[in-house]
Ligand binder design. Structure first.
Ligand SMILES: [Zn+2]
Ligand SMILES: [Zn+2]
Ligand SMILES: [Zn+2]
Length: 367
């Protein structure tokens, strides 16, 4: 390993550090998620993806045809498409699709043995199905997470050879107080839906056998899980496969897709990554997360040259928020992640007045 996790101090906790030099643009590390799940609306709108690794299950051409509603559309260089449909397989009991038998076996051994719906005819009566439907009513696009990753987390613990170890893997993502968890859960679900948290909770309790996970099925345990997916749900966007750079054609294609399919251009999901979760935020990050393999495997890529011993950081803020004032950036970080940033940029701007930046002002005015 060219990196290590070290503890920094009581406030920042741990961080990720380089053990060798990295040039800008090089891959620092790659990792598969402990667990991931496609967003609920994303799946409902027909974005076909492997249930285990989120690899697209349709060819680039099919994808473009579906998104633009133009069945006659032809993509140039479609031979470059990396989707190999001959490898696609599905669960014989519930019909869930996978990109390969490798993913099918991995899913079955990790969580699907527990979560398989089995009898398709009773699908709509299944509490897991209802949990997903309930979630969709509460969480309209653009999606930032899905509750369906929670049964996967719990089933992973139940099916693990060593459940304590599996549980510890997930507990690294939740290290807050009950009060903080409650704050995050409320912020994440929004005031309108706070009452519905008990409905979600009841459906989960009905869906899961409490064996080995009963502490997560209590009200507090459930709140911890909601806070976990609210903050650590590292959203990823796996773009469609039009890697071919024929600018005008692609621009038009995206325009047509946008007209027909709105925000569902990408195959999107939520995933928990072990190493990535130790990477702290900075407003001048030296690394960024990318997805180079057309599935949920993550690559952390250096944005600048990094020296051995340097802390590796990414930005938790979107590009737009990152350009805003120190006050605006920290408002966002405090609300969503419960910390204030102390990166060099924030230190440098420590004496800036506590005002929102211009973009915020104009947004607030237009609201
Ligand atoms: Zn797969
Ligand atoms: Zn199944
Ligand atoms: Zn900062």
């Amino acid at each position: 390993m060219d990196i290590e996790i070290r503890s920094i101090d009581n406030i920042k906790g741990k961080g990720l550090f380089a053990k060798k030099d990295f040039n800008a643009g090089s891959v620092i590390f790659e990792e598969d998620p402990i667990v991931c799940c496609q967003f609920s609306w994303n799946a409902a709108y027909g974005y076909k993806a492997c249930d285990h690794c989120l690899r697209p299950l349709e060819s680039a051409e099919e994808n473009a045809r579906r998104l633009t509603a133009k069945p006659e559309l032809h993509l140039p260089y479609s031979n470059l498409c990396r989707t190999d449909k001959s490898l696609i397989t599905s669960c014989s009991l519930c019909d869930i699709q996978y990109c390969s038998t490798k993913c099918q076996t991995a899913a079955y051994n990790q969580y699907h043995r527990t979560l398989c719906f089995e009898r398709k005819s009773d699908l709509e009566d299944h509490p897991l199905y209802q949990l997903n439907e309930m979630w969709k009513q509460m969480h309209y696009p653009p999606e930032t997470s899905t509750i369906m990753i929670i049964p996967r987390i719990l089933a992973t613990i139940q099916q693990a050879v060593n459940p304590e170890e599996a549980q510890a893997q997930f507990l690294q993502f939740c290290h807050r107080t009950v009060n903080d968890d409650s704050k995050i859960a409320h912020k994440f679900l929004g005031d309108k839906f706070v009452d519905q948290i008990s409905t979600l909770h009841n459906l989960l309790v009905q869906a899961m056998n409490p064996d080995r996970i009963s502490h997560f099925l209590t009200q507090e345990g459930f709140q911890t899980l909601i806070a976990l997916i609210g903050t650590n749900g590292l959203q990823q966007q796996l773009s469609p496969e039009e890697a071919v750079k024929l600018d005008k054609f692609i621009d038009k294609l995206y325009e047509d897709m946008d007209k027909h399919s709105g925000t569902f251009l990408n195959n999107e999901g939520v995933a928990l990554y072990s190493l990535q979760s130790s990477c702290n935020h900075s407003c001048i990050p030296n690394a960024e997360t990318t997805y180079l393999h057309n599935n949920s495997r993550l690559s952390l890529v250096a944005l600048t040259d990094i020296k051995a011993g340097d802390e590796i950081s990414t930005s938790y803020l979107d590009e737009c928020t990152l350009q805003r004032s120190r006050y605006s950036r920290n408002k966002e970080l405090t609300q969503n992640y419960l910390f204030a940033c102390t990166c060099p940029k924030c230190e440098l701007q420590a004496h800036d007045p506590d005002v929102t930046s211009d973009e915020d002002d104009s947004e607030e005015m237009s609201e």
